[in-house]
Write a protein that binds this ligand. Sequence first.
Ligand code: ASP
Ligand code: MG
Length: 407
Amino acid sequence: MSKKLVVQKYGGSSVKDSDRVKAVAKRIVSYKTHHQDVVAVVSARGDTTDELESLAFEITNNPPEREMDMLISTGEQISCALLAMAIKELGFDAISFTGGQVGIKTDRIHTKARIITIDARRIRKALTKNKIVIVAGFQGVTRDDEITTLGRGGSDLTAVALAKALNADVCEIYTDVDGIYTTDPRIVTEAKKIHTITFEEMLEMASLGAQVMQARSIEVAKRFNIPIHVRSSYSKEEGTMITKADEHMESIAVRAVTCNKSEAKVTICDVPDKPGVAARIFTEISKAGINVDMIVQNVSRMKTTDISFTVPKVSLNKTLATARHITKTIGGGNILQDDQIARVSIVGAGMRSHYGIAAKMFKALADQKINIEMISTSEISISCIIERKFSDMAVKTLHKTFNLERT
Ligand code: ASP
Ligand code: MG
């Protein structure tokens, strides 16, 4: 009988101090005593990555990205070494590895690199020697052995990619909440844990601001159909299964409400309304490495138009500089900015077959006198940009309007 292999990922809060590291070590060892092989991916402890990032900004406003990766990849190295020590302390054999040591090869895009290949031989070899393998999440190396990181939250991606490379039986994501909720329980106390959710719904939620898992990791899980169990490292309870849709799963019109406060809105006023202008603007912006999200172009009546879009707040300054540069060449008026916005969204795969969901959402917000500044939709979600100060109220209202406390 071949042994089961479980890939687990422990987030920063699960290993935030020595007691937690010891608790995680115990959990891992309990799998081993049940004759399972374990590969555990760990994040940096607590807020380490944020702290490392701020260290860089104490030195310079523009940290070179290669050096940034050298810096922020260290957080994971600390936690994986400590976890390996804690496991050995319990009398089991463990070994920690960096991303490079276990053959995680990426492209050269520092701070948001993509995994190209994983050569899992070293892990397999360690497993045959009956070792528990601990891997530093969030990092890899280029073909030239330059250290890269996989974007914030990237340890999830490490775990999913390793689960695929090792053909694992289970991929578990351990966090400090006990699963995926219908909305943030800190905002809505009636929020309910979701038992099973589809990859596409989870992907949509993650891109719309649900903080539980990194969006790219779910994309990869979806592509290779790797079911994921999101659960708490503080309890034994089952969490939420993320799987592919099956016909027995009822498709619910609205499964969850999310809120994202990390974006800012930029408006370029009075740009010429003629072919090629939008292409020009967004080509320049993407060349600057800025990830544009929602885009709205107004109808023009006077041969010029306003174009509004949202970008991550951290990219706001870069965006404004780029926008100013563009308007110099293509023409255009003022550039407005607003970083006091929030995006509230509703998500559900059943939206495809239900009618009137958008109207219901807009009415619920209107009843609370919340003004909608921008709207965007996908097949399975509807988002509204509103004033940030109303975001909690909007989330509560929508959660109630779509009866999510009863799911
Ligand atoms: N430590 C990294 C971060 O905070 C990666 C991760 O936690 O997954 O983004
Ligand atoms: Mg983290």
